[in-house]
Design a protein around this ligand. Structure first.
Ligand SMILES: C[S@@+](CC[C@H](N)C(=O)[O-])C[C@H]1O[C@@H](n2cnc3c(N)ncnc32)[C@H](O)[C@@H]1O
Length: 287
């Protein structure tokens, strides 16, 4: 561990205006989750724009992110859907296709039901009745038509689709160890690419106002995965234009990213983000 202390710049400002004041190719990595335009009750932002206006706005901030990213930079964009709006994530990708290239599509799994014996090799032909474990949290949907929504997307956008990733930074051991010798690309190492399904459950909380005072957050682990996949040592400056309560900033601190810039228009969310980073800020001030 090198003990790098992250330099944070968290700004209460419209992200488009804020990004416009930064120089081109200033950022190596952006990890963010914009408002989804699904009527979420934020304390300042109104999440109910006309669909076409919303998508136009998305393209405007995406263009700014593209201008700020280095040629080998990555944008990891988290977005979910709703039964009333199942196409939203896909419309977003289409809207941004002349700004970025879609290099990877990752599924953030919030909850999963596993069959009994899931730890054993093979043998997944189990009936639904044999489900032994259900892990994770999601917001249940009361409906006779729609399934509970237990996943969101993380779109990995780049400028060229040729950005090399540190796949084994999130690697998992082979279940069948004979694969280590079978595949020459393993170079004898018991680690394979995790793939594009990331099981990241929300932490169990008892008091939302105190423990997660924001209606639409992602877990710190999600942003941490993005940093590691892009390559920790390749991230000198990281950006989150829609900071919320600062989960991406906490991830940057954990990964010792040297510099982090975040924007949010809501003073209360920014206060909470700063509170969570406070020990780091006190250390920097030598207190
Ligand atoms: C989905 S939330 C992000 C949550 C964040 N990922 C977290 O884990 O806390 C979107 C955030 O964008 C902020 N926001 C909305 N419009 C904005 C704008 N024009 N500029 C900056 N932030 C904005 C909202 O206040 C909200 O906190």
């Amino acid at each position: 561990m090198s003990n790098v202390m992250t330099k944070f710049s968290l700004r209460k400002e419209d992200c488009i205006a804020g990004m416009r004041r930064l120089p081109a190719e200033y950022i190596d990595l952006a990890v963010t989750s914009p408002p989804y335009n699904l009527g979420v009750r934020y304390s300042t932002y109104s999440d109910r724009a006309a669909r076409a206006d919303y998508l136009r706005w998305c393209k405007t901030w995406a263009r700014e992110i593209a201008r700020l990213l280095t040629r080998d930079g990555s944008l990891f964009l988290n977005i979910g859907a709703a039964p009333a709006n199942p196409m939203l994530p896909h419309e977003m990708v289409l809207e941004l296709r002349d700004v970025f290239v879609l290099q990877n599509t990752i599924h953030w799994i919030k909850s999963i039901a596993l069959p009994s014996g899931h730890g054993s090799v093979g043998g997944t032909n189990t009936s639904p009745a044999e489900v032994s474990t259900s892990i994770g949290h999601f917001k249940p949907i009361s409906s006779r038509r729609f399934l509970n929504d237990c996943h969101e997307y993380i779109f990995h956008f780049t400028k060229t689709a040729r950005v090399e990733l540190n796949r084994l930074a999130l690697g998992v051991p082979y279940q069948d160890k004979s694969n280590i010798a079978r595949w020459s690309h393993t170079r004898g190492e018991d680690l394979r690419c995790r793939g594009n399904t990331w099981f990241i459950p929300y932490k169990t909380i008892r008091n939302r106002d105190k423990q997660r005072p924001h209606p639409a957050t992602f877990p710190v682990q999600l942003a941490e995965n993005c940093i590691k996949l892009h390559g920790v040592t390749r991230v000198r400056r990281m950006l989150d234009p829609f900071l919320g309560i600062g989960n991406s900033a906490v991830a940057a601190k954990r990964c010792e990213v040297p510099e982090f810039i975040g924007f949010d228009i809501d003073a209360a969310y920014l206060r909470e983000a700063r509170r969570r980073l406070a020990p780091e800020r006190r250390k920097r001030a030598g207190k």
